[in-house]
Design a protein around this ligand. Structure first.
Ligand SMILES: NC(=O)C1=CN([C@@H]2O[C@H](COP(=O)(O)OP(=O)(O)OC[C@H]3O[C@@H](n4cnc5c(N)ncnc54)[C@H](O)[C@@H]3O)[C@@H](O)[C@H]2O)C=CC1
Ligand SMILES: O=C(O)/C=C/C=C(\O)C(=O)O
Length: 497
């Protein structure tokens, strides 16, 4: 077997970049390790500024033809990519689980079908994208979504292919070409996507994938003068670096960042439902940006809620994410475990009490943890842990609930459990969050805007909002037939309807 191929659970993955339709090696490699058991999955091409420049050049060269490709043909090709994803769903699910440690059952039933849906949804949405013309004294104002150019898409390791294709699909649908840089802790499924896209007939250079450490290849991508859009999902500090780098050419940015979202449980809630919602926050071993990691429970039901929650968590099975019965898998990397444990130990030292968990387990596993007796201004309440660690605080009444919920620098999501629809509407309206879930969690329609307020992000993607970001919007004003221009004054003002 070629030194550039690796086999993961029987699936062959090319470890090189994919640039201009060709596989390209780098002088150096980095080792990709499985969070399940620390085994080596492959030696991955370690990209530098050289490969970044080559990928952007390939994307730039492919752009005019792809932008000129009729919408229906672009949509057909994106559906063909979705077909390829569905055909290889089992391979993608297994490779992703080995690479990032998230549950195989979730990859099979939820995540990989969503990857295919990302392509189908944006292919179909493209075909409906239309704006009613505006009329100004007989002049037609026609709004169009013009392709912008090469896009750099930088994605994280917690839901690698799902979050990558959430950007790749609309960027391609919009008529742009793409350079995708997956996270170095989970590089494999992006490489499989490159194979699938090529097999589906996507022209060379339309989708390029570069591998490597963000600190080594990132800046060359984000400061490149030929890049027209940058979309990033990941941490706030990295977002700051990317924004500074993109400032060189004022490249438009879309940022989806971390969170410290609340779950508000009111005394009138269905308590079993509220407990289910709280337990769901341990999904993906807590490595979910949307996770409601701050449980805010109304005083009269706090004791009963805690009792039921602890009983439910005791039934969770932690272990190998490839096993069907497993509920919580490993955390991604020893560095992430150290970070999680650092947060927990500092909180305990500051006076927090671990109702459950509060410690590491063997290997790369962290015990699901619930901390109480935490101060609102403490690190554990204010900072994103990105592990299976929840805090519980109590409140009395809506005003205090809203005050606590909004009192962080984030604003990604919020979840409410209440049996009172009017309260749900009142409280939702007061919360600072990109998404509010009432008596549910994680469900959403791809037509809706998705993103965060405050330091949880910049801009929104989803439905038409994705096309607004990935396109250059243009207004073409056409005079009525026979119209003779007499200058601004004669027309009664420059720009009024
Ligand atoms: N919003 C979300 O879904 C996610 C949030 N996070 C947060 O970030 C924390 C750290 O996770 P990391 O993987 O270290 O996130 P990160 O923000 O460092 O990495 C995310 C992506 O950015 C790339 N990157 C890093 N430095 C870059 C640079 N200078 N220029 C361009 N690209 C660069 C990485 O290679 C990766 O592809 C987590 O603990 C969590 O708090 C992490 C992953 C996902
Ligand atoms: O796009 C979605 O619906 C969900 C996104 C999920 C994450 O960002 C996550 O798992 O962190």
């Amino acid at each position: 077997m070629s030194q550039h191929l690796t086999t993961v659970a029987g699936v062959t993955v090319d470890t090189r970049h994919f640039i201009g339709g060709e596989r390209v090696a780098s002088a150096d490699t980095f080792t990709d390790v499985s969070p399940i058991d620390g085994s080596t999955l492959g030696e991955i091409a370690r990209g530098t500024a050289t490969e970044a420049a080559a990928a952007v050049a390939a994307a730039k060269a492919a752009f005019p033809a792809w932008a000129a490709t009729p919408r229906a043909e672009r949509a057909r090709l994106l559906h063909a990519v979705a077909d390829g994803v569905e055909k290889r769903l089992e391979d993608l699910a297994m490779v992703e689980t080995c690479d990032n440690g998230a549950l195989l059952r979730s990859h099979r039933r939820g995540v990989m079908p969503r990857v295919a849906h990302n392509f189908r949804f944006f292919a179909d949405w493209l075909l409906t994208l239309e704006h009613e013309d505006f009329d100004t004294r007989g002049h037609t104002n026609h709004v169009s979504w013009d392709p912008a150019g090469p896009c750099v898409l930088i994605t994280p390791w917690n839901a690698p292919l799902m979050l990558a294709t959430w950007k790749v699909a609309p960027a391609l649908a919009a008529g742009n070409t793409v350079v995708l840089k997956p996270a170095e802790w989970s590089p494999l499924t992006a490489s499989l996507l490159a194979d699938i896209a090529a097999e589906a007939g996507l022209p060379a250079g339309v989708l390029n994938v570069v591998q490597g450490y963000g600190s080594e290849i990132g800046d060359a991508l984000t400061s490149h003068p030929d890049v027209r859009r940058i979309s990033f999902t990941g941490s706030v500090p990295t977002a700051r670096r990317i924004a500074a780098s993109a400032a060189a050419h004022l490249t438009p940015l879309s940022l989806e960042l971390g969170g410290k979202s609340p779950l508000l449980v009111f005394a009138d809630a269905d308590l079993d439902l509220a407990v289910d919602l709280a337990v769901e926050q341990y999904d993906n071993a807590g490595q979910v940006c949307l996770a409601a990691t701050r449980l805010l429970v109304e005083e009269p039901v706090a004791e009963e809620f805690t009792r039921r929650f602890v009983a439910r968590v005791a039934r969770l099975k932690q272990g190998d994410p490839r096993e069907e019965a497993t509920d919580i898998g490993p955390n991604i990397h020893p560095r992430q475990l150290e970070k999680i444990d650092g947060f927990v130990q500092r909180a305990l030292a500051a006076g927090a009490r671990a109702v459950i968990g509060g410690h590491r387990r063997d290997g790369r596993y962290y015990a699901p943890t619930l901390l109480t007796d935490v101060a609102q201004d403490s690190e554990i309440v204010q900072e994103e842990v990105f592990g299976p660690v929840l805090t519980l605080q109590t409140f009395t009444g809506e005003d205090e609930a809203v005050r606590l919920a909004n009192d962080t620098r984030f604003g990604l999501a919020a979840t409410l459990a209440t049996g009172d629809a009017e309260r749900a509407a009142r409280v939702s309206a007061r919360l600072v969050a990109g998404t509010v879930w009432v008596n549910c969690f994680f469900v959403r329609d791809l037509r809706a805007p998705f993103g965060g307020s405050r330091q949880s992000g910049m801009g929104r993607e989803g439905g038409t909002w994705s096309f607004d970001f990935y396109c250059d919007l243009k207004n073409t004003v056409t005079a009525p037939e026979g119209f003779a221009s007499k200058g601004c004054d004669a027309k009664g003002g420059k720009n009024h309807g």
